[in-house]
Design a protein around this ligand. Structure first.
Ligand SMILES: [Zn+2]
Length: 287
């Protein structure tokens, strides 16, 4: 069978009637993992998500006996598992084979396998490893009944027998060993490439696909050059506290009706993956 997105998973797919296509994390931020228990068998869950009548789905389902992971919905798409649309939009759902009333289903193999998956998700989407971001279905608000939880149907999973202390400690341990090997990219630029009539007092900004290493975003790696010149302008360069936005503030107003070229070269993400050198130009207006 084909591998799922997570390397230690196998792809099964869900009926397209059971989830919403999206382009996360561009279309919707992913900032949560939601933990479920199937109240049935692993194969029953996988097959249910294939049935167009189900009207439910989840991204991953972990098997009790051996921790085997099946993937039903791509991470970019919105699975229907939380019973709360905004939580569905912002989360990855993981089902665990078993019953909330019977702890024998929650095997060591399942905890280990699921914790590795959560660690991978946390690293991939910069999800903080804490109990505000890795939550149980029972912690999802009921969208129609304030004060009630477990989504619209007030589910109680994963239940009292789920060992959160153990699970969170495993996720933390595995996150330390999961390596980020994805190179960062620039997702937006201001002024944009080719923009004209730019104000002479503009700052230059770039947004990155992930948090960057502050030490690699300085006046020597983020530069602005006036058309035809070679020496960069005097500027101040600052990185936002989340590491995803850099701002270059020129010390003096730019010349009117002049082309400037911004360049980012030598920047790296927190894991040391280099950003490809990027340059773009814009032209100032009269003011
Ligand atoms: Zn659930």
């Amino acid at each position: 069978m084909a591998s799922g997105e997570y390397l230690d998973s196998t792809w099964y797919g869900a009926s397209s009637s059971n989830y919403t296509q999206a382009d996360r994390p561009s279309s919707n931020t992913i900032d949560k993992v939601i933990i479920h228990v199937t109240q049935g068998s692993w194969s029953g869950a996988i097959n249910w998500f294939l049935d167009p009548n189900a009207q439910v789905s989840v991204h991953y389902t972990v098997r009790s006996s051996d921790g085997f992971i099946g993937q039903s919905v791509q991470e970019k798409d919105i699975a229907w598992h939380a019973g709360n649309w905004s939580y569905n939009q912002s989360s990855i759902g993981i089902e665990h084979e078993g019953y909330v009333s019977d702890p024998k289903w929650f095997t060591e193999a399942m905890y280990v396998s699921s914790a590795k998956l959560s660690a991978y998700l946390a690293k991939t989407y910069n999800i903080p490893i804490d109990r505000s971001h890795i939550i149980g279905h029972h912690e999802v608000p009921d969208p129609y009944d304030p004060g009630q939880y477990g989504g619209i149907n007030n589910h109680t999973d994963p239940g009292d027998y789920w060992d959160w202390d153990k699970y969170m400690s495993y996720v933390g341990d595995y996150a330390g060993t999961v390596e980020d090997t994805t190179a960062p990219t620039v997702s937006s630029r201001r002024p944009s490439s080719g923009q004209t009539g730019v104000r002479r007092t503009t700052n230059v900004m770039a947004t990155f696909s992930e948090a960057m290493d502050k030490a690699t975003l300085t006046t020597s790696t983020v530069t602005l050059v006036k058309g035809g010149a070679t020496t960069p302008l005097a500027t101040t360069v600052t990185l936002s506290s989340d590491g995803k936005n850099v701002t270059l503030d020129p010390s003096a107003s730019l010349a009117r009706r002049t082309t400037y070229t911004a360049k980012i070269e030598g920047a790296k993400d927190l894991a040391g993956n280099p950003l490809a050198t990027t340059t773009w130009s814009f032209k100032t207006g009269r003011k």
